[in-house]
Ligand binder design. Structure first.
Ligand SMILES: [Zn+2]
Length: 421
């Protein structure tokens, strides 16, 4: 069966940049390998979810991998999985960050992630965090940098609660509220957590470690910001859902967490050259080769950095080009969302260029891989269409409405339940 490689350039999409004479970084970058691929490709535009909605990498991938946004368990769960937390069925998890706040008509956040804080200091500070409030137990565990995971357990807890972390800089700590519900357990959980935050702050602001840090001219870690509450989800694993053995080849904890969430394998690479080799030499039916460097470059808000990164990526793609043009392989190149390398937004909600290279694709007239060139291509799709299009092009898609077993499938099953004589 044909193997599929999706080369996913994180945050690929961008906006026209003045500094690049009105081109986007992808349009401005010199990318001969991507352009050779483009000349053999069916191209077009993909809307990650809905027009104008900026998505994070985790939810954009969840949709790209064929799962429904309503089933997304939250980034907190992916975060916990990526750090090898064992998820309990009846617990609620959220991500926390040690922050520096000041009292000013509320708690003004001076630094969302306290700088230069050591693991030793964090482990001492965590000792003063409350462990039980109104019948809810709260357990904080370290994950990475200034971050951790807070686990809640109790009879009436809910993950339908808002964040205390405003996410954007220079903001205030937000009161936690029941989110999109007035269920009593959500109200109760929010109340417990607000008490937890207040009590933690009362202990932390006078903690000797923080007093000492202030004395030394360092930022105190006097607040624990919370976000992304979620519960352990019950999702069908990728292979069972799509009939392809799936693997993510990546270099980030987030990708590891997503692979665990969806029951896919994960292979870590050190640089993209190795990533390309691993993708080409592995036997998985579906390989998602992910690089987060375009997104990171865009976050520097210097469009030239993104151009440079895209040119570097292109330099690693020769083996992939050779394989795509010679072997029985379906190659898809796209991104997960738009990260504009200027302006105020973190991510933005435009569509992305996409191209498919392989035996069954209807090659179109687009010659260069870019936002506006691909908008003249033949494909109009949404992120949720990707897997079905791959199944179709690799001749795995099931004739709609056939019923090979107890559940509706999108793919021709590898095994069937035989009638016993
Ligand atoms: Zn980003």
């Amino acid at each position: 069966m044909v193997k599929t490689i999706v080369l996913l350039l994180d945050g690929l999409g961008d906006r026209p940049q003045k500094e690049l004479n009105g081109k986007t970084p992808l349009e401005a970058a010199n990318t001969p390998n991507l352009d050779i691929l483009c000349q053999q490709a069916e191209t077009g535009m993909m809307i990650p979810w809905r027009q104008g909605v900026p998505l994070g990498t985790e939810v954009a991938h969840f949709i790209l991998f064929g799962y429904e946004i309503k089933d997304f368990p939250g980034r907190g769960i992916i975060n916990a999985l990526s750090r090898n937390f064992f998820l309990e069925e009846d617990a609620v998890y959220m991500v926390t960050s040690w922050a520096y706040v000041e009292e000013k008509e509320g708690l003004f956040i001076k630094e969302r992630w306290t700088k230069d804080i050591s693991l030793e200091e964090i482990m001492a500070l965590k000792e003063v965090l409350p462990r039980e409030i109104e019948g809810v137990t709260l357990q904080w565990d370290y994950s990475i940098g200034p971050h951790g995971v807070l686990k809640l357990k109790g009879d009436s807890i809910s993950s339908e609660i808002s964040d205390s972390d405003p996410f954007y800089d220079q903001g205030y700590v937000m009161a936690i509220e029941a989110f999109e519900t007035n269920a009593s357990n959500a109200e109760h959980t929010a109340k417990v957590l607000n008490r937890y935050l207040r009590e933690s702050y009362a202990y932390l602001k006078h903690h000797p470690i923080n007093l000492d840090r202030v004395h030394k001219g360092k930022q105190p870690a006097n607040f624990l910001l919370t976000k992304w509450a979620g519960r352990k989800p019950n999702l069908r694993p990728f292979e069972e859902k799509h009939g392809m053995e799936g693997c993510i080849v990546g270099s980030s904890q987030l990708m590891l967490g997503i692979s665990k969430l969806l029951g896919m394998d994960y292979i870590n690479y050190k640089d993209l050259k190795e990533g390309v080799d691993l993708a080409l030499n592995s036997d998985y039916e579906f390989i998602h080769l992910h690089t987060k460097t375009p997104d990171e470059a865009a976050h520097t808000k210097n469009p030239h950095n993104k151009v440079k990164v895209l040119e570097e990526i292109d330099g690693y793609l020769k083996p992939l080009v050779d394989a795509a043009l010679k072997e029985d392989l379906l190659l898809v190149v796209t991104g997960d969302h738009t990260t504009p390398s200027s302006g105020e937004m973190i991510h933005s909600g435009e569509s992305l260029p996409i191209m498919f290279i392989g035996k069954n694709v209807r090659v179109d007239d687009v010659k260069t891989f870019g936002e506006r060139s691909c908008s003249k291509g033949s494909i109009r799709m949404e992120g949720c269409d990707l897997i079905q299009m791959i199944l179709n092009l690799t001749e795995r898609a099931l004739f709609y409405n056939f019923r090979p077993g107890a559940r509706r499938l999108n793919h021709i099953p590898k095994t069937i339940k035989k009638l016993k004589l």
